[in-house]
Ligand binder design. Structure first.
Ligand code: PLP
Length: 415
């Protein structure tokens, strides 16, 4: 089929807006009439620096990210290694910050103190589970506190965010190196309505980045792979508070970390190193940064300058599309069952079953959808069912077409 005949609702890599793809194909060949393609220019060239600066400043405007050298400012970093790489990076970094602060206060008995290290993880779906498992692999399971495990509240399956009064957050603030949550669980279709509270809050926003305003100031760090809502696979964005970076925070010496049995990470994941080098410590895939900048520029262009944060317009569109799709599902609850609890339904990944998970009915749903050019609707292999990924590049018209198909399918099933 031709590109126009297909509406793609896959979980990612997500589609990009067509004008961005068209421009991308031009710059791959010849970047701004330089005679050289964008993937051939040096990441240290003035052109690459301009691309980097544009993408950073666009993101700042979209999410209202504080810019200052003081502890209240935030750095925008581009890394490689994907969202999964950051599962490790956050542990290396936050443990080093935690130990650095401790070592500054006292030099004696640090091994006893280190035994009290706690990393708090809110496990609300497959991705926060994976992140917590990586933390346990790096520092030992005894240091990882599962603040909540949503499966325990729902027949062993994900699909809700247990109420905060059931959480077991580590009490003494000083001991909590981080409080980790995944803002949107891509596989399970669970999204936090608002950020949880917690000391040294770290969020994975891989699958809902740039879909709504974010209270940046409440977070120590936010990260996300670019491939869902921001651009192409290959870069990961981290928004990191200056308060946890040198010179405002003291990092633990690697020798001390090793002595206490705590991990020392690879330099390419080391936030202070990446921040100090403005993301140019090693070769940065500048094409991916350019793509992200173009996507961001489009979001800025569609949003009135007086609106702050500038992402508000995109939030309205995301809400409109997801509400429309959920309302079809709710309107035919005898045919469709939304998997997660109503209070935590994701606007980005809409997970549901057909006839309670009837394999034949789900197959028929997918086949009928594909016949209409509605692609990428199969749920994640670990959970099955249907998943509509409603990322920014999914046009309202595509969501409407899908909603019509879902109405039709339900009508036929009931007939
Ligand atoms: N976090 C979330 C919420 C995701 O959806 C994904 C991937 O789908 C990841 C992390 C892992 O990202 P990556 O594949 O870039 O390592």
């Amino acid at each position: 089929p031709s590109r126009d005949a297909v509406s793609y609702f896959g979980a990612g890599p997500a589609p990009l807006p067509t004008p961005v793809l068209e421009e991308a194909s031009k710059v791959l060949l010849n970047y701004h009439d330089s005679g050289i393609g964008i993937t051939e220019i040096s990441h240290r060239s003035p052109e690459a620096n301009a691309i980097l600066a544009h993408t950073q400043s666009s993101l700042r405007k979209l999410l209202d990210i504080p810019e200052s050298d003081g502890p209240e400012g935030y750095q925008i970093l581009f890394l490689q290694g994907g969202g999964s790489g950051e599962f490790s990076a956050v542990v290396y970094h936050m443990v080093s910050v935690w130990l650095g602060a401790l070592a500054k206060k006292r030099q004696q008995g640090l091994d006893q103190e280190a035994a009290r290290l706690r990393l708090d993880y809110l496990v609300t779906g497959s991705w926060s589970l994976k992140a917590s498992q990586e933390a346990a692999r790096l520092v030992g399971a005894e240091h990882v506190n599962g603040v909540t495990d949503a499966r325990k509240h729902r027949d062993g399956k994900f699909g809700l965010i247990p109420p905060p009064d059931t959480w077991t957050q580590t009490k003494t603030n000083d001991d909590v190196a981080l409080t980790y949550y995944c803002d949107n669980e891509t596989v399970d279709g669970v999204e936090f309505p608002s950020p949880p509270s917690g000391q040294n809050l770290v969020a994975d926003m891989s699958s809902n980045f740039l879909s709504r305003p974010v209270d940046i100031r409440r977070h120590a760090a936010i990260f996300g792979g670019a491939q869902k809502n921001v651009g192409t696979t290959g870069i990961t964005i981290a928004i990191v508070s200056n308060s946890i970076l040198p010179p405002h925070a003291e990092m633990a010496d690697p020798t001390l970390l090793r002595k206490l049995g705590l991990p020392v990470g690879p330099v390419v994941l080391d936030w202070p190193t990446i921040a100090k080098n403005n993301s140019l410590y090693n070769t940065l895939p500048i094409f991916d940064v350019w793509i992200a900048g173009q996507v961001m520029q489009r979001l800025l262009d569609q949003s009135p300058v007086e609106k702050s944060p500038r992402i508000a317009e995109q939030e309205a569109e995301s809400n409109k599309k997801s509400q429309m799709l959920y309302s079809v599902l709710d309107g035919h609850s005898d045919v469709y069952n939304v998997v997660p609890d109503k209070s935590v339904r994701s606007r980005m990944n809409i997970c549901f079953r057909v006839k309670g998970g009837d394999a034949e009915a789900e197959k028929a749903f997918l086949k009928g959808a594909e016949g209409k050019g509605l692609m990428g609707l199969k749920g994640h292999r670990s959970v099955g069912g249907i998943r509509i990924s409603n990322y920014n590049a999914v046009a309202v018209a595509a969501a409407e077409k899908l909603a019509r198909y879902m109405e039709e399918f339900a009508g036929e099933r009931k007939a």
